[in-house]
Design a protein around this ligand. Structure first.
Ligand code: HSE
Length: 306
C-alpha cells in the first residue's frame, strides 16, 4: 500500500462551556486528502482548490506533522500530500485542524499503524500550532477520535473520548468572512474572574454528565459561555439575532471554535431543519453571504475512501 484517500471532517471546538478542551466532530463538510509514499525524501503539498493556503511544507500545517513522523519512524522516503479543501479556512469549523489530523492519520496508515490515536493528536498539534499560534487540540481530538472529546491535559496530552447522545444534529451558520484563530485569540483577556470560572467549570462538568446520563435537558442548560464568547462577539456578525431565531427548537447555540461560524445543537433532524429555516430567514436578508450546514454528529471521525 503506497497511497491512501481519506475524508477528513470538520469539527466544532469549545462548545461554549469548554474553551480549548471540548469539541465534537461533524459529518461534513470534509476535506479530501490523498497521501502517497514518494521514493525520494521530503514532503510535497498540493492544494487543489484554495489559493490562500501555503504549499511550502515549512508554512503549511501538514509539513511539521509529516516531518516529525518521518523522523520518529526513521524513514528514508517522503510523502506527497494532495488536499481538496472543502472546509473553508478561517470559518471556525476546524479547517486548520483537518489537514494536520489527516496527515497524521494517513502517514500512520501507510507506515503500518504504529501510533495510537492519542499519539496522532500529539503529532497533529505541531501543525495546528502554526495556524493558531497556540497549542490546543479541541478540534484535532474529535476529528481523530470521532464524536465528542475532552482534552483533559496538554502536557502530558490526555484525551477522553466521551459518549454521544442519539439523534444529535448541528446547524452551522457560516458567514462568508474569514476570521483567523490567531486574531480571535489575541482579544482574550488572560485573567478571569473567579465567579465566572465557577460558572464555566460547573457547566462543563454538567455538559459531560449530560452525555453520560443521556440527559438532553441538562445538556441544553450547560451550553453557556460567560468568559470567551462576550469577548469575541464583536467578530461574529448578527450573533444575537441568529441565536434568538434558533432558540425555540435548539438545545443551545454558541460560537463555533474561534468563529465566525455559530453552532446550534438540536435533538432530531426535524428540529435541526426548523432551526436552519428560521436562521435562513434572517441570513437571506443580510448583505453578508452565509453558508448554512446541517450535519449529524459524526461519531467515527476520519474515514478511508475505498
Ligand atoms: N479553542 C480554539 C479557540 C478553537 O477558540 O481559539 C479554534 O482553533
Amino acid at each position: 500500500m503506497n497511497k491512501i484517500d481519506i475524508n477528513v471532517p470538520s469539527s466544532v471546538a469549545n462548545v461554549s462551556c469548554g474553551f480549548d478542551v471540548l469539541g465534537f466532530c461533524l459529518q461534513g463538510p470534509c476535506d479530501k486528502m490523498t497521501v502517497k509514499i514518494k521514493k525520494t525524501k521530503g514532503v510535497d503539498i498540493k492544494i487543489i482548490n484554495e489559493k490562500s493556503v501555503p504549499t511550502n511544507p515549512r508554512y503549511n500545517v501538514c509539513g511539521p506533522v509529516a516531518f516529525a513522523m518521518i523522523k520518529k519512524l526513521n524513514l528514508n522516503h517522503g510523502f506527497q500530500i494532495t488536499i481538496t479543501k472543502n472546509i473553508k479556512p478561517g470559518s471556525g469549523i476546524g479547517s486548520s485542524a483537518a489537514s494536520p489530523a489527516g496527515t497524521a492519520f494517513a502517514i500512520n496508515y501507510l507506515t503500518g499503524n504504529k501510533f495510537s490515536k492519542l499519539e496522532l493528536v500529539e503529532f497533529a498539534m505541531l501543525g495546528e500550532e502554526i495556524a493558531s499560534g497556540a497549542k490546543h487540540a479541541d478540534n484535532l481530538a474529535p476529528v481523530i477520535f470521532g464524536g465528542f472529546t475532552l482534552v483533559r491535559s496538554l502536557e502530558p496530552l490526555d484525551v477522553i473520548k466521551l459518549p454521544s447522545l442519539e439523534n444529535l444534529y448541528a446547524v452551522i451558520t457560516h458567514p462568508l468572512i474569514e476570521l483567523k484563530t490567531k486574531d480571535a485569540r489575541l482579544v482574550i483577556d488572560k485573567k478571569i474572574k473567579l465567579e465566572k470560572a465557577i460558572l464555566q467549570w460547573g457547566n462543563l462538568g454538567g455538559f459531560i454528565a449530560s452525555l453520560y446520563t443521556k440527559n438532553y435537558e441538562l445538556l441544553s442548560k450547560t451550553i453557556k459561555d460567560v468568559i470567551i464568547e462576550p469577548q469575541r462577539l464583536k467578530f461574529i456578525p448578527n450573533f444575537k439575532e441568529i441565536v434568538n431565531a434558533a432558540s425555540k427548537y435548539t438545545l443551545g447555540s454558541g460560537i463555533s471554535g474561534a468563529g465566525p461560524s455559530i453552532f446550534s445543537i438540536c435533538k432530531g433532524k426535524t428540529n435541526a431543519e426548523i432551526v436552519l429555516e428560521a436562521i435562513k430567514k434572517i441570513t437571506d436578508k443580510k448583505v453578508i453571504k452565509y453558508n448554512l450546514i446541517l450535519s449529524e454528529i459524526n461519531t467515527v471521525g476520519i474515514k478511508i475512501i475505498d
